[in-house]
Design a protein around this ligand. Structure first.
Ligand code: FAD
Ligand code: 2HG
Ligand code: ZN
Length: 462
C-alpha cells in the first residue's frame, strides 16, 4: 500500500480539520485494537469526519492515492473487521451522530451512522417506539456498525436482525460518490435492494453514513423467566414449544453450564434456579397488556421438561435474571483473550453440537476451556475458546469447530460476521459459485480495493 506523504496528510487534514486527523501513537491506540484485545493493527492516521460530505471527500482522495481505509463505528465488533490490520487509515464515523426527528406517522427514523444504539433507543422512546435490534454493547455500538455486521442480538426471534430494520441508506461508495435513498417506502420493488446488500458487507463495499430504520411499538408490559434444564436437548425442545405457544415471545436466550458458573462468579450472585442444571433459558414475553399468564401457561405446558423456574415481573427482578446472560462476554474477558466462534446450528443438531464441542476442542488443545451460550431461539451458539492460562488456544481449534459446524449443516457465522477472523473459513459455509459472486460484487463496487481490503472477501489485485 502506498505510504502517506506530507502532502497527502495535509490534504486529509484540510478535509476534517487538524483536531480530527490523529496520528500520534497515544491518540490512535484505541482505534487500532479491537474490543477483545485479540486483533491489534497499526495505522498512520485516524480520520474523524463530521458529515457525509467530508466522508465522500476522504474516500475520493484515498481512491485517487490508492490508500485503503477501514470504516469504524464503536469498535465493538468481535471478528477483527473494525481495526486496521494491514496498516489502513481508520475512518471513524463517531462524529456522524445526528438523529432526525422521529417520523411517528411512518414509525421510522433516519439516523447518522455514528449514533450509538443506546442513543437511538432513547431518541425514539418518548414516542413509545423501539429499535428492533438490541444487544449488550448498546452503549458503544453504532447504527453504521450494526448495519455493516447485520447485527442480531436478543430480539431476532421477534423482529429479525438489522437487515430487517433497514428501509434505506445513504452511503459513500469506493469512488467517493454518494447514494441516498431515505424516503422509507415500505414497498419499493425497483430492482436490486442496495440497503440489503450493504447489511453484512462489513465495510467492504461502501461507507454507510445514514440509515432509515423501521421502528416497533414499545411493549411496556414484560415478563421474564429463567428456566433450568437437565439436558441441552430438553432446552432445545422447550424452545421449540415456546416459539409455538408464546405469541408475544420477545427473546429466548441460552446459558450452558460453564458459562453459567463463570458469570455467576463474575457478578457474585448465586444461580437463581437449578444449581446442578446443564442448561438455562432466559425467556421474555412482551406486550401492551400483561403477558405473565401467557408465559406462565406456556411454561406449565412444558411439564417435566423443565426442572425449575424463576420469574421476574418488575424491571428490577427482570434485570436480576438478565444479568446472567448479558454479563457473560465481560466475564469471559476477565479470563483472557478468547477465540469467539459464533455459529448457527439446525435445531435438530444443536444438542449434539453442544455435547461434542468440548471434546473436539480438547483433542486439538488439551489445555483449552470452552464456554458456550447464545440465542437459542435462533439456533445461535456462541462458542468461546480460551487457551491455557487465558492465552490463545492452539492453532487448529477454529478449523476443528467450524468444520464440525459445516458438517452438521450449520453456518460458521450467525451474527458477528466474517471480518478477518473467519475469512479463511468462509468456504465452509459458501460454495465456490457463491464466492465467485462475492468477488464479482467486491471488484465491481470497489475495483481498487480501497475499502477494508482484508475483511470478509479479501481483495485480490487483478
Ligand atoms: P465496529 O466494531 O466499529 O465495526 C464492525 C464492522 O463494521 C467492521 O467491519 C467495520 O469496518 C464496519 N463498519 C462500522 N461502521 C461502518 C460504517 N458506518 N460503514 C461501513 N462499515 C462500517 N453482535 C451481535 O450481532 N449480537 C450481539 O448480541 C452482540 N453482543 C455484543 C456484546 C458485547 C459486550 C460486545 C462487545 C459485542 C457484541 N456484539 C454483538 C458485536 C458488536 O457489538 C456488533 O457487531 C456491532 O454491530 C458492531 O458495531 P460497531 O459500531 O461497534 O462496529
Ligand atoms: C452476545 O450474544 C454477543 O452476548 C457476544 O453476541 C457473544 O461474547 C460472545 O461470544
Ligand atoms: Zn450474540
Amino acid at each position: 500500500m502506498p505510504s502517506i506523504d506530507k502532502a497527502l496528510f495535509q490534504e486529509f487534514e484540510a478535509i476534517v480539520g487538524a483536531t480530527h486527523a490523529l496520528h500520534q501513537d497515544e491518540l490512535v491506540a484505541s482505534y487500532t485494537t479491537d474490543w477483545t484485545g485479540r486483533f491489534r493493527g497499526h495505522t498512520p492516521l485516524v480520520l474523524r469526519p463530521g458529515d457525509t460530505e467530508e466522508v465522500a471527500q476522504i474516500v475520493s482522495v484515498a481512491a485517487d492515492a490508492g490508500i485503503a481505509l477501514v470504516p469504524q463505528g464503536g469498535n465493538t465488533g468481535l471478528v477483527g473487521g473494525s481495526v486496521p490490520l494491514g496498516g489502513e487509515i481508520v475512518l471513524s464515523l463517531l462524529r456522524l451522530d445526528g438523529c432526525e426527528p422521529v417520523d411517528v406517522l411512518a414509525q421510522q427514523v433516519t439516523l447518522e451512522a455514528g449514533v450509538t444504539l443506546a442513543r437511538a433507543q432513547s431518541h425514539v422512546s418518548p414516542f413509545n417506539l423501539d429499535v428492533g435490534v438490541d444487544l449488550a454493547a448498546r452503549d458503544s455500538c453504532t447504527i453504521g456498525g450494526m448495519i455493516a455486521t447485520n447485527a442480531g442480538g436478543i430480539n431476532v426471534v421477534r423482529y429479525g436482525p438489522m437487515r430487517d430494520q433497514l428501509l434505506g441508506v445513504e452511503a459513500v461508495m469506493a469512488d467517493g460518490s454518494t447514494i441516498s435513498r431515505l424516503e422509507g417506502l415500505e414497498k419499493d420493488n425497483t430492482g436490486y435492494h442496495l440497503p440489503g446488500l450493504l447489511a453484512g458487507s462489513e465495510g467492504s463495499l461502501a461507507v454507510i453514513t445514514k440509515a432509515r430504520l423501521r421502528l416497533h411499538p414499545h411493549l411496556e408490559e414484560r415478563c421474564s423467566a429463567m428456566l433450568a434444564f437437565n439436558s441441552v436437548q430438553d432446552a432445545v425442545s422447550a424452545t421449540a414449544q415456546l416459539r409455538h405457544s408464546v405469541l408475544d415471545l420477545q427473546a429466548v436466550e441460552v446459558i450452558f453450564r460453564g458459562a453459567m458458573e463463570l458469570v455467576s462468579d463474575y457478578i457474585s450472585t448465586s444461580i437463581p434456579v437449578g444449581s446442578d442444571a446443564s442448561a438455562w433459558l432466559i425467556v421474555e414475553a412482551a406486550s401492551t397488556s400483561d403477558p405473565t399468564d401467557q408465559l406462565a401457561g406456556a411454561i406449565d405446558d412444558l411439564g417435566t421438561l423443565v426442572m425449575d423456574v424463576a420469574v421476574g415481573r418488575d424491571s428490577a427482578s427482570r434485570a436480576g435474571l438478565w444479568q446472567f446472560r448479558e454479563k457473560i462476554t465481560e466475564a469471559i474477558a476477565t479470563q483472557g483473550t478468547p477465540h469467539k466462534l459464533d455459529v448457527t446450528l439446525p435445531a435438530s443438531r444443536l444438542a449434539e453440537f453442544v455435547s461434542e464441542i468440548p471434546q473436539i476442542v480438547e483433542t486439538v488443545d488439551s489445555g483449552a476451556t470452552t464456554v458456550m451460550f447464545g440465542h437459542l431461539g435462533d439456533g445461535n451458539v456462541h462458542v468461546n475458546v480460551l487457551g491455557r492460562g487465558g492465552l490463545e488456544p492452539d492453532e487448529g481449534v477454529e478449523s476443528a469447530v467450524l468444520t464440525y459446524v459445516a458438517h452438521l449443516g450449520g453456518s460458521i457465522s450467525a451474527e458477528h460476521g466474517i471480518g478477518t477472523a473467519k475469512k479463511d473459513f468462509l468456504h465452509l459455509s459458501r460454495s465456490e459459485a457463491e464466492l465467485d459472486i462475492f468477488r464479482a460484487i467486491k471488484s465491481s463496487l470497489d475495483p481498487e480495493g480501497i475499502l477494508s481490503p482484508n475483511t470478509l472477501i479479501p481483495y485480490e489485485h487483478q
